[in-house]
Every structure is written in C-alpha cells, then in structure tokens.
Design a binder for this molecule. Structure first.
Ligand code: NGO
Length: 527
C-alpha cells in the first residue's frame, strides 16, 4: 500500500508541482498517462480540450443554484477537494446572474436533459450546468476524474499529507446518458455483505455514473431485511449463508441508512424479495408458509428451483402483503422487485396466477413491479418491468404489448461469471466473460423483438454463491462494471473497444488510490 501511495503522489506531483512552489500552469501532454481529459470513463458525448488550467485553492467558493438536491453535489465536491487543499471549500447558494470569478458554480438549465450536464472548466472558473440535479452530480463525477488521483487516496483516508492547490485542465464537456436505468445488483442473500460493504459499492457506482442499486435481499440461503411483523425471517432465516457462514441481516434502521447514503449519491435502491421460488429461508422461518405446514430445514447449498411458497394458501398473500408494505414504506424509489425466477415446482397456471396477484399487492403499496424475465407471460400492467437475463429466450410478446425491459443478459452482464479459466472465484454456466465480452455488445441487439425503445436500460447483477467478502465483490466487478457503466451511458455509435481499453488502462492509478481490488486483465494496457 505504501508503494501505491508513492505512485499516486508521483502522478499528482507531475501535474501540480510540490507544495510550497506554485503549480505550473500547463496541461499534461495529450495522450500520456497523466492526461485525464483523454481518459474519462464513461466516455462523454463530447469533450473539447481548451488552453490552460483552473487552480482550486482553499479560498475557492462553490456556489449552487436550485435547492437541496443541488447542494448535495456542492457538498460532495467541497468535501472531496477539501481534503487536498486542507479544509472543506465554502458552499453558498447563488441566485443567478454573472458567476463570480474564480468560483465553481453548479446550476441547471432547460434543454440539457435528465441526467445530462455541461461542464466548463476555464482558467477563470468552473461551471457545471445540469439538466436536473442528477445531471449536476454526473458533471461533478466528470470533474472528479479530471483532478489528480491522489485526491481519491486522501478522500478515502480523511486527510492530505501536504495540502496544496488542485489543478484542473480547461475543457468543455457536453454529456448525457443513453439510458435512464444504469444499474448494478448485489446478491447479499447467498453471502451477506455489511452496510459498509454496500456503501463502498455505492461509492464505486457513483464514480461511474451508475444510478440504480438492486439489492437481492432474500433467497434460499438467507433472509437479509428485518420485517417487524414477521421477526423470525431474520432471527432464524437470516442466520445462515452459502457454505454455512454466519449470515446476517439489515435492521430497518440500517436499510434506511443505505437508502439515504445511496440517495445522496443519486442512486436509487431497488429492493428484491425473490418469490415464489428461492424462498427456503422464509419456509424455514414460518411453518405456515409451507403447503404441508412443516418448516423446512435451513439451507446452505447452491441448488436452485427446489423451493416455493404455498401459492394456494391465503396466509402466503398476507405474508407478501406485509413484506411488500414494510419494505415499500422504507424505499422512496418507484420499484419493488419480486424475483419470479426459476420456479420448478408449480404449474404454468399456478405461477401466472401468483404473479398476477403479487403484482396487485405491489401496486397497492404504490410501487411498480419488476421481475426476472420468467414473469413475461403474466398479465403485466404497463408499469411493470421485465429484467431480461436468460440468453436465447425473448419476452417479445410482452414487449409487443408495451412491457419495458432492463437488459441483464447473463452471458454479457453477469459479473459473477469468470473472466477466464484461471479466475479463482465465480461461475461459468452462462459464459466466460472477458472485459471485451462485457463491453463489446449492444443491449438493443440482444433479443429478437426487444429494441432500444423497449429498454429502460442495463443492469449488471453480481450473484454471491462464490464470493464472501467485499474484496471478492470488487475483483469480479472491476473492471467489468466500468465497461457496463459506459455501455449504459455512452451512445452506441461512439463506443469502440480499442479506445475503451486504453481509457480503462488509465484508470488503474485512480483505482489503486481508491484501494480497489480490481482484476488486472491481460486484455487491458494498464498504466
Ligand atoms: C441465475 C439465478 C440465480 C443465480 C445466478 C448465478 C437468476 C435470475 N437466477 O440468475 O439464482 O444466483 O443465476 O449466476
């Protein structure tokens, strides 16, 4: 780690000069490892290099225009830069007019579009103009990637060794996302991840402009979210995980904390309670949910498809109503994911009837239902969403009737697949997915009858049968989650693998500064 710091500081020094001496007013040579303008990930729609640099000092003020959601981005930036310059920058409201010279101004304008932004770095100051508040946050993340990587190291540890000004190369970036849904999923059921682990993943997502974190909160091997009206779900059903580890669960207060932490980074939490299958943990916790009235033993293996709620019993729907109600009340986002995958013990008719009924429950609690693509034959409401995962199938009939799709096709988007034959963790059932495989595809060309217009966006699931720690999570997620982030953000026509791999290679110093345990894939020219 000491070596890592040394490398980071050399990179920093090469841009800014050492403390005490004035920073040189030059930009790095285009195309070198220290040229952040050429190495943004995800690639913006347009980047125009300009002459000079803007230097942020402890006296630089961040002005925001437009209420609390804009203030969030201002505070994020003030804290991030503050660690390098020695104290948090001042944040002040700004009512429009000519921006004060030498300031960073965060504002908004019509016509830029949801999530989009314009970032203007000039020697006289910085302006980020968002299409809305999330657009400003995305502009802040681009600005962050233009700053020396040493700031990441300092932000992680809470102080700089030697406070000094922060140089930012002059540039004009105009940018907006291809898809509204740019997601990642964490399976905290097969192996439990702590609140801090989830927050770490949220932080890594935010850097890459991802905006949906889907939490797979219950499966055969564990129930991970406290439900007050059914306490044994976590007391008993949360006590196991794959291979017999100790399990764990989030209290409602912890879940709310995760939701808020993510919301402060413009990431919406999407809770999933998988049903009617993948429910052994619930069936072990409450005997009445079983058709024979007998509680199942807890399960720590990795088979799928053997469990199902008793779909003929009324108590099952009382149970689901309580669970959906309690979780929905803690979830400001619009969606509730009901799983619905891999049910092998019910007839097609029983299954469809179940999904239709659960859809009504989800709707009665004010949420839109999402389910894995097995739900496609049910009577889906126009607001319900299909998450496509099974290669070689297509939900085209449902799409023809208006259903929207989140693209997560397993042979491209599943982060739990191995990178190559040597990868020590991960699965192979869908594919071996190298970095190029995860990048070089078009989500609008995967499934017959599922065109761009039907796609809400893209999401990369990370299932945790073989991963036990946040280190394992990072190893399988990076660099492929960065590839998926760019695929979801950048227009298809602008994405080129040969260009991406070079920009990705330049992330290694920032990722190292962040302490990220990424896979140094031989496909990438790491710097
Ligand atoms: C499948 C299955 C999950 C597994 C995962 C492993 C879906 C939607 N259901 O994906 O239970 O964990 O594969 O890759």
């Amino acid at each position: 780690m000491f070596r890592t710091l040394a490398v980071s500081l050399v990179v920093f020094a090469s841009i800014s000069g050492c403390a005490g001496k004035p920073a040189p007013k030059t930009v790095p040579t285009p195309g070198t490892a220290t040229d952040p303008v050429a190495h943004l990930v995800p690639l913006p729609v347009s980047v125009e290099r300009k002459d000079g640099v803007f230097e942020i000092t402890p006296a630089t003020i961040i002005y925001f225009n437009g209420g609390n959601h804009y203030q969030l981005s201002a505070r994020f930036l003030a804290d991030f830069i503050g660690l390098a310059v020695g104290r948090p920058l001042a944040v002040e409201g700004w009512q429009g007019g000519t921006p004060p010279p030498g300031a960073i101004v965060l504002t908004y304008a019509e016509g830029i579009g949801e999530g989009g932004y314009e970032l203007n770095v000039a020697p006289s100051g910085i302006t980020i103009t968002g299409g809305n508040s999330s657009g400003v946050f995305h502009g802040v993340q681009t600005l962050r990637q233009l700053m020396p990587v040493a700031l990441e190291y300092e932000a992680l540890r809470g102080s700089a060794r030697t406070p000094r000004p922060v140089p930012v190369p002059a540039v004009v970036v105009r940018d907006k996302p291809r898809f509204a849904w740019r997601g990642a999923m964490l399976d905290v059921a097969r192996h439990f991840m702590t609140v801090d682990d989830v927050k770490r993943y949220v932080d890594l997502m935010a850097l890459h402009k991802l905006n949906r974190l889907h939490l797979h909160l219950a499966d055969d091997q564990g129930w991970r979210i406290e439900i007050s009206s059914w306490p044994n779900l976590t007391q008993h059903g949360g006590s196991t995980e794959v291979m017999g580890g100790p399990g764990g669960f989030y209290t409602q207060a912890q879940y709310r904390d995760i939701v808020q932490y993510a919301a402060d980074r413009f990431i919406t939490i999407v809770p999933e309670i998988d049903m009617p299958g993948h429910t052994n943990a619930a069936l072990a916790s409450y005997a009445e949910l079983n058709c024979d009235g007998q509680a199942k033993p807890l399960y720590t293996g990795t088979e799928v498809g053997f469990s199902a709620l008793c779909v003929e019993k009324d108590v099952t729907y009382k149970f689901i109503d309580d669970v959906v109600r309690e979780i929905s009340a803690m979830t400001p986002g619009a969606w509730f994911h009901i799983g619905g995958d891999e049910v092998k013990t019910l007839s097609a008719e029983q299954y469809r009837g179940f999904i239709n009924r659960v859809q009504g429950i989800v709707q009665s609690h004010g949420k839109q239902m999402i389910g894995w693509d097995e739900i496609a034959p049910a009577n889906l409401l126009p607001t319900s969403v299909i998450q496509y995962w099974r290669p070689k199938t297509t939900p085209k009939e449902a799409v023809a009737k208006g259903a929207k799709v989140i693209m997560s096709v397993a042979n491209r988007a599943y982060l739990d697949m191995k990178y190559d034959a040597t990868t020590p963790i991960g699965l192979t059932w869908a594919a071996i997915i190298g970095v190029k495989d995860s990048y070089d595809w078009d989500p609008a060309a995967v499934a017959d009858g599922v065109p761009e217009a039907s796609l809400l966006g893209v999401e990369a699931p990370l299932w945790s049968e073989t991963l036990a720690t946040i280190n394992d999570v990072e190893f399988l997620a990076f660099p492929r989650l960065a590839a998926i982030a760019e695929l979801a953000w950048t227009p298809q026509s602008q994405r080129q693998w040969d260009d991406f791999r070079v920009r990705l290679g330049a992330q290694s110093s920032r990722w190292t500064a962040l302490g990220l345990n990424f896979y140094r894939s031989p496909e990438i020219p790491w710097r």
